[in-house]
Design a protein. Structure first.
Lengths: 195, 195
């Protein structure tokens, strides 16, 4: 069992994704995601696994530097950053890096993507951590972050001496995986029937 | 005046975007989009302007090869590709390449992004061309296409002898611009208040 509070992948508390694995295969094809991407994501696992805290420092530094992004981690009443909430999310964010690099696209993973989407949306934001924060991570911030996240990951992908071609391929696989995951996370934001 | 049917940027038929230029500046910051990106997008303008038809051939080839993507250009009744509709969209798609590379983010541009979103959504799909096609481009296909579009653009960006560093920067600026534009286009898909 995981010791990360609120990390519920594979548990009974996660409801079924409205998207099927067949749908997801089609989504992968739309973004040119193939077996090579699985291979390069998994190659990235051992590259990044010892740098998780450093990577999170970079990402948290970026979010913390932009008030409109940090807002999603502030108190709804006083607008001040919520340290416990930031810390709780951070542990799961570190696990997300490893899960993304693991690239195991089974029903449990798919269901958990939907859960992550709900936790960004007003449907379930704050509930996992009992945080007195804002109601929703606005949709406009979701996909935008793919660029800073993957761009700042790149130097970490290059840390263990892989060729620049291999680093490029790991990076591209991360971009595709993020596009796919963020699309899955968007489900609760999208109008009925429009997904 | 443009001679491209349905290309209405800057005309009175385009309604005001619900997003302001101030909102858009914030969105740019979220994706690390800065003045350098404007510079590199504009550098790409002269690089791609003579290759528009070739680029469109590649993109149409990709969409045409995947039945679930091509579906948005097929007849609602018989599921057969609609040649006139594909051709009408193609002319505007070519202009979109040039407009993306022009990187002029004024109110007219912003309003037209909203119009493009409406034309993908059930709100206005098919109306511009009077096409008897499907009701909506599903949300799940929107962001996924950023990868194939920008990945296959890259060789064209390298065609005029720029350094690989400059090609990388043009490519990155295109990825960011696409993330921003697709976010704007998503507005009609997103539930009231969640954008």
């Amino acid at each position: 069992m995981s010791t990360i509070p609120g990390y519920t992948l594979g548990t009974a508390s996660v409801s079924r994704s409205p998207i099927t694995l067949v749908d997801f295969d089609q989504m992968k094809a739309s973004t040119l995601f193939g077996e090579d991407d699985v291979k390069y994501l998994r190659l990235s696992h051992d590259v990044v696994k010892d740098s998780i805290e450093e990577i999170l420092d970079v990402w948290y530094g970026f979010v913390g530097s932009q008030p409109h992004l940090l807002a999603s981690f502030t108190g709804k009443a006083d607008g001040k950053p919520l340290g416990e909430y930031l810390g709780g999310v951070r542990k799961r964010f570190g696990q997300w890096i490893l899960d993304t690099a693991r690239a195991e696209y089974d029903q449990k993973w798919l269901d958990y993507q939907h859960e992550i989407g709900l936790r960004h949306h007003r449907a379930k934001k704050n509930k996992t951590d009992g945080a007195p924060s804002t109601d929703i991570v606005p949709f406009r911030n979701l996909f935008a972050l793919i660029f800073p996240v993957t761009f700042t990951l790149r130097p970490f992908l290059a840390r263990k001496g892989h060729s620049s071609e291999d680093v490029d391929k790991m990076h591209a696989a991360w971009v595709k995986s993020c596009l796919l995951q963020l699309t899955l996370w968007s489900y609760p934001y999208v109008r009925e029937g429009d997904f």
